[in-house]
Every structure is written in C-alpha cells, then in structure tokens.
Design a binder for this molecule. Structure first.
Ligand code: FES
Ligand code: FES
Length: 163
C-alpha cells in the first residue's frame, strides 16, 4: 500500500492504495470519478484518456503511485463548473457521439491535443497556432477509438473549436 496524493481537477486528493493500482482505477474506484471510462484496459482504445500535468495519457497504463504529486484533469474537470468546456459544447452541437462511452476520452484527448501546438505531423506548412486541418486532427486523435463510428462529427467538432 502507498499513500498517493494527487491534484485532481483542482482539488488535492490523498488515498491509500495498492502500489499496483492504475490511475484509471484510482480515479474510478477510490475517488468516484467515473467519467473516465475503462474500455480495453490495455492502452488500445483511449477511452481512459485524462490529462496528467496537462499532457494526455492513457490512465489505464499509468501507475497511480508513479504520478504522486501530479496534476490530473478528468472529463469532470474540463469545464469551469458553471460552463462546459468549448469542446463539450461543440460535441453537443455537432452530435459527435452515439453511445457516449468514448466521449470522455475523446474530450480529454482533444483538449490536450489542441494545447500541444507545435509543428504538424501531417501538413508540412502548418506553423504556429492552429487552425488544424481535419487530416491533422484525425492523425493526432488516432489513439481514441469510437466503436459507434462517430468520427466524422468528432473531427468536425474539434475542427470548429480549433478555429
Ligand atoms: S481503457 Fe485505457 S486505452 Fe483502453
Ligand atoms: S460514441 Fe459510442 S464508442 Fe464513441
């Protein structure tokens, strides 16, 4: 067992957990933050994506104890409490989901991806700030699977926010 302290969605949370506990299980089972979803539990689907110190990561592959002291943002912490995050609004406006199981991961991944900036992995002439092309968004979001196939609307929603 280990005492693990994380800054989760702006609040300090301390829990005692087995050192083998993944960050995903810590969030869902110890902190009751069930917005983060468990899909494959093997780093293949992206359903469990959260932001760790501002960078997107698969929480099923992250050992919670290894991130002691880190700042974690889950889908519950994306908006400011009163207002949803612009990506959440865009996902609703563009009907970017069907069952919604992948959506928390898509949202956290998109939020982290838009904050990454940097040179394009796909389009050589993209410099500085977005807007990102749909092709670039698809490339950058390819770790987040949607079994309902809502990709067209997911990309459209992210593209709208990136403008
Ligand atoms: S549940 Fe983590 S990648 Fe699928
Ligand atoms: S909306 Fe169902 S898996 Fe993406």
């Amino acid at each position: 067992m280990a005492e693990i302290t994380l800054q989760v969605n702006g609040a300090q949370r301390s829990v005692s957990a087995d050192t083998r506990t993944s960050l995903l299980d810590l969030l869902r089972e110890h902190l009751d933050l069930t917005g983060t979803k468990k899909g494959c539990d093997h780093g293949q689907c992206g359903a469990c994506t959260v932001l760790i110190d501002g960078r997107r990561a698969n929480s099923c592959l992250a050992l919670a104890v290894a991130w002691d002291g880190a700042e974690i943002t889950t889908v519950e912490g994306l908006g400011d409490g009163a207002e949803p995050h612009p990506l959440q609004t865009a996902f609703m406006d563009f009907d970017a989901f069907q069952c919604g199981y992948c959506t928390p991961g898509q949202l956290c991944s998109a939020a982290g991806m838009l904050a990454e900036g940097g040179p394009s992995a796909v389009t050589a002439d993209l410099t500085g700030d977005p807007p990102l092309t749909a092709e670039e968004i698809r490339e950058r979001m390819n770790g987040n699977l949607c079994r309902c196939g809502a990709y067209v609307n997911i990309v459209a929603a992210i593209e709208d926010v990136s403008r």
